[in-house]
Ligand binder design. Sequence first.
Ligand SMILES: Cc1cc2nc3c(=O)[nH]c(=O)nc-3n(C[C@H](O)[C@H](O)[C@H](O)COP(=O)(O)OP(=O)(O)OC[C@H]3O[C@@H](n4cnc5c(N)ncnc54)[C@H](O)[C@@H]3O)c2cc1C
Length: 531
Amino acid sequence: MTTVETARATHEVTNQPPPLEPANLFEIDAALREGIEREGGGWGADRVRELGGLAGSAEARQHAWRAERNEPRLRTHDRYGHRVDDVELDPSWHWLLGTAVAHEVHSLAWRVERPGAHVVNSALKFVWSQVDGGVMCPVSMTFSVVPALRAAAPELAAQWEPRLTLPDYERGARAGMAMTEKQGGSDVRANTTRAEPVGDGTYEITGHKWFCSYPVADVFLVLAQAPGGLSCFLVERGPGLELQQLKDKLGTRSLPTAEAELRAARGRLVGAEGRGVPAIMQMVNHTRLDCLIGSAAGMRRGVTEAIHHARHRTAFGAPLAEQPAMRNVLADLALEAEAATAAALRVARAYDEGDGPFRRLATAVMKYWVTKRGPAHAAEALECLGGNGTVEDSGMPLLFRDSPINSTWEGSGNVAALDVLRAMVKDPDALPAFLDECRLAAGGDARLDAHLDALDGTLADLRAGGDAQFGARRVVEDLAVALQASLLVRHAPAAVGDAFCAARLGGGGRVYGTLPAGVDAAAIVDRALAS
Ligand SMILES: Cc1cc2nc3c(=O)[nH]c(=O)nc-3n(C[C@H](O)[C@H](O)[C@H](O)COP(=O)(O)OP(=O)(O)OC[C@H]3O[C@@H](n4cnc5c(N)ncnc54)[C@H](O)[C@@H]3O)c2cc1C
């Protein structure tokens, strides 16, 4: 008989916050619940509640953890030397993506023709993004390819949409996109990949793509130079699409992102030759909305973790959450997350209202701003957990690593800011529509009124011929906080609207945790996570 020596603890374990799960990510988020209702998606609240329960479960968190640890592995050839160009993905990845698909996170707005469908769909993305940012990439690309095909290639839409939108992981299809090349990603007109017409209506596409996420998707939108100029093609996964290696990237490590070689891969035109950018922009505008939602969701996850920890951790004789300096940090983080959530759901509603001037500008403005605010927010939320926040078990390092990705994707910071300037010029109705929305709060807070008056002056200077590009980020930032302030002044509790105007329209400090005196920090924190 073997005697097993049981290790005995050398000390009593105290002052360790309990795990957060299980918590329904919909139920615990007042800003989300109210936002869905306000923006016309109240009918879908039960669906979001159901997914929110799963998203906050220990099971979901364990799958995310496992998918992150067991990174995808490229398999280029089989044992006989034949090309397979496949990626081995952990079963947890399939659980995460399969669950998203089963809940129509990738397609609800295209399957349910009802006002508020984009709001509900965005809320589904918001809760699932809090589980894993990596799977949201194929979710977003699959979602966003649909409007691009509908607009520019109805026959391809008819062929592919039924599978792309199917809430069935096995029988459905997923989409990817391949625009970026080595010599330039933002400047896609510098693409050198060639597309030669074959004579049967298809093209042979040859060249190299430097970033191609989820390369095991069923179809891809690919930009290539055709005889008539830069054009967009639908390429099916198969012969001619060869994967060279997977990127060893900072964040979204559960997601495979490949360098891909196209060797006479067959493609079919999406839109006309030479009209590749407008065709793929239909897709990109929707993935930009998803970047905004993803970053807002990351903030929300950070706030939940930070408040939970600070309430259960004592230092110097009192819970951290009750100590004034920490209360300021938590309230500031909560304010930012609520402003991001409100903006994301408002912009989502614009997608329910058609392709109007507000939607065009608001997507670019808020994608720029919320994704830019993400990394500093994640860093601060992580620090609330002290040293434990830097340890992988806490989930905070993953949140932090993922946080800069949304800002790089789909138009990096400067490109997004310059896109706002372009939208203001191209569509003369865009800026007035945006400012009209901000002014709906007129008289609600004098600081917002003053900010909007000053913004009028800045925009007038811009029109008078200032160096618009040099000042682009400043203008976009001013527009973004104006919209967020307007939404919070109108719809959030007074403590939230007041603190946002006090801190973000001139009176706050530079890092998180610098809310000015007089704000009701306790009320903001209690709203963010009921104790
Ligand atoms: C995780 C991840 C996954 C990705 N997946 C895909 C994918 O699936 N498919 C795909 O096609 N691409 C993908 N990308 C690529 C991504 O879209 C590009 O990296 C991005 O568009 C920027 O292009 P670039 O890397 O060539 O940078 P560049 O275009 O060289 O830009 C470098 C910097 O210069 C700035 N800049 C560019 N133009 C200007 C200007 N006129 N004025 C001032 N500043 C400017 C940019 O904002 C950026 O900060 C992915 C990227 C990441 C990080």
